[in-house]
Design a protein. Structure first.
Length: 214
């Protein structure tokens, strides 16, 4: 049966976690779900799933490989696992993605990013999303959205599951890629730069505020 990749971006890490939990409760196997969250805004160290603490330490404690002073990740390698509990989020760990920066992540997309140096050599998250079938225009917005503090949930679903997956993922307030693109373009942005430096917490907060004011 044909498989498709369904991807949505959430401003709230907690909303994304709720989506993951609901997908798993609905019978979607956790090995077909992926979550990638900006570690500076996720609060992953204190988030919970099914009443179980996901992690007790700082999710940024595993230092990414960076250009000194620039904050630009030059590699993608999974750090110490910080997760707990069951399902997808049991395996959440720290990761550095080129053009995005430090994230916490779990799932099939992460395995692709960290395999054989692909994360560093094929456009990081952008390359992995387009390679998984996400439209290039949306992949640019989603990659930039994670860089700017968002949380990405991506699911591999067959035709019979697609409607169920979309319904679950739409139950939380997802970010519209068209509106995001408009917001980013108002700042002169054109496309995601896979060599861009990681954003600071203050820059992420300012970017979110600009988007919400549209």
């Amino acid at each position: 049966m044909a498989m498709r990749t369904i991807t949505h971006l959430y401003d709230s890490y907690d909303d994304a976690v709720s989506v993951v939990n609901a997908l798993e409760a609905g019978g979607i196997a956790h090995d077909r779900i992926s979550l990638v969250a900006n570690s500076q805004s996720s609060g992953a160290s204190t988030a919970t799933t099914g009443g179980t603490r996901l992690g007790t330490g700082d999710p940024t404690s595993v230092a990414p490989t960076t250009d000194e002073g620039a904050g630009t990740a030059t590699g993608a390698s999974l750090g110490t696992v910080i997760g707990g509990g069951a399902g997808l989020l049991a395996g959440i760990g720290a990761l550095a993605i080129p053009g995005v920066g430090p994230v916490v992540a779990a799932g099939w997309l992460v395995a692709t990013l960290t395999g054989a140096g692909v994360g560093a050599g094929a456009g990081g998250l952008l390359g992995m999303l387009t390679g998984a079938g996400v439209h290039e225009n949306d992949a640019h917005v989603y990659s930039e959205g994670v860089r700017r503090g968002g949380t990405l949930v991506s699911v591999q679903a067959d035709d019979a599951e697609a409607a169920q997956v979309e319904s679950v993922m739409n139950n939380q307030s997802r970010m519209d890629p068209t509106a995001l693109r408009t917001s980013y373009q108002s700042e002169g942005w054109e496309r995601h730069d896979t060599a861009a430096p990681a954003m600071t917490e203050a820059e992420i907060a300012a970017s979110r505020e600009r988007f919400r004011s549209l």
